[in-house]
Ligand binder design. Structure first.
Ligand code: APR
Length: 335
């Protein structure tokens, strides 16, 4: 068991992470930090004073702590509005961000405006990690995933095995679920890999999808698989459309914990991870979703798959769009 896991951002995903870490007994201590709620400078001073005393992170930690005797767990829970709750964490999971929601005047921020806001949040996150737990292994979930991991890496420059993004485990989970449902078999029987960036051109690798070790094409025809792959690429948006209040939060938290458990228990488990490529797959200097062995040092090894020509072309297209996003990050952070 590690000593401490730090969670950055105590929203929907952060909340699930904390209670799952407690249930699974993954650490002796969990730190949760979130600046919310932030006083609104347009509010009257007495209202601002009330908001300044409130804390989503401290409140969520206290709520869970008060349930510890009931579920029979002993774990220290620390919440904070600043980054102090991260102090000494061995592993941090970053969920900090601002979602795309209507402003008070009813207009929505553009994609660029939202990216700029989230890059600013990420700069604060990086400073918090640097100050409180500079040697922690970093697993980042916040979106836009590819841009945020890239910026965290640029600002913190950790060893490349100690920083990664969570996307492939979630995207592969979606692919596996849709295959299991269509083939009418246990989800446990389906293995699959979704590689590349965490956008519409992610790459569900059909040649690596198996049902109980048997190629998926024995169970489902090409047309069904194409539909499943299209649905997988858009699966995040499908949940957003249904929920109407935000994005998926349970499956992303579980996916990040699958990665965390592989690291904490030195499982050497092969998981698709958004990892820094240094020549692998012909890519240098970008984070892309690729299969990795995760163990006590974080990314122990990147595994290079023999992709079909079609998959190679799809991966190359995904690389192009991740590169475009990272160029945007460079431009926006140079200002
Ligand atoms: N430092 C720490 N936390 C922050 C900061 C910051 N600088 N800025 C915002 N936050 C917090 C918000 O206050 C909020 O509580 O991050 C939290 C994000 O939580 P939610 O909005 O509930 O979002 P959630 O559903 O948890 O998703 C988090 O993961 O999948 C991605 O797209 C999703 O980027 C989003 C992230």
């Amino acid at each position: 068991m590690v000593n401490k896991i730090g969670i950055i951002g105590g929203g929907y995903i952060g909340g699930v992470l904390v209670h799952e870490i407690v249930n699974r007994r993954l650490a002796r201590e969990v730190g949760l930090c979130d600046p919310a709620p932030i006083p609104n400078p347009n509010d009257p001073p007495d209202r601002q004073a009330v908001t300044a005393k409130q804390s989503v992170a401290i409140g969520k930690c206290l709520d869970i702590a008060e349930g510890l005797p009931t579920v029979g767990r002993d774990i220290r829970l620390v919440g904070s509005k600043d980054y102090s709750a991260l102090r000494g964490a061995d592993l941090v999971i970053n969920t900090a961000g601002v979602p795309r929601k209507a402003r008070p005047d009813g207009t929505y921020p553009t994609r660029e405006e939202l990216l700029a806001i989230n890059l600013k949040v990420t700069k604060q996150v990086a400073a918090g990690i640097q100050e409180q737990c500079p040697n922690a292994i970093i697993v980042s979930i916040a979106n836009p995933l590819d841009a945020i991991v890239y910026l965290l890496n640029k600002l913190l420059k950790p060893p490349k095995n100690r920083i990664m993004g969570m996307a492939g485990q979630l995207d592969s989970g979606r692919y596996r679920y849709f295959v299991a449902e269509a083939a009418n078999v246990s989800t446990e029987n389906v293995t699959a890999m979704v590689l590349g960036g965490h956008g519409d051109d992610m790459v569900p690798v059909r040649s690596a999808c198996q049902v109980a070790g048997i190629p998926v094409t024995k169970f489902l025809d090409a047309e069904t698989l194409t539909k499943i792959e299209t649905r997988t690429r858009k699966a995040g948006g499908e949940v957003v459309g249904l929920l109407g209040f935000g994005s998926a939060f349970v499956s992303p938290a579980w996916a990040a914990l699958e990665m965390a458990e592989a690291i904490l228990f030195d499982k050497r488990k092969i998981i698709p991870v958004c990892a820094y490529l240094d020549g692998e797959y012909g890519v240098k200097g970008l984070f892309m979703g690729v299969p990795c062995i995760l163990g006590r040092n974080g990314i122990e090894k990147i595994i290079e798959l023999d992709l079909t020509d079609g998959e190679k072309a799809a991966f190359a297209k995904s690389v192009q769009s991740v590169r475009k996003t990272c160029d945007e990050v460079e431009q926006m952070t140079a200002k």
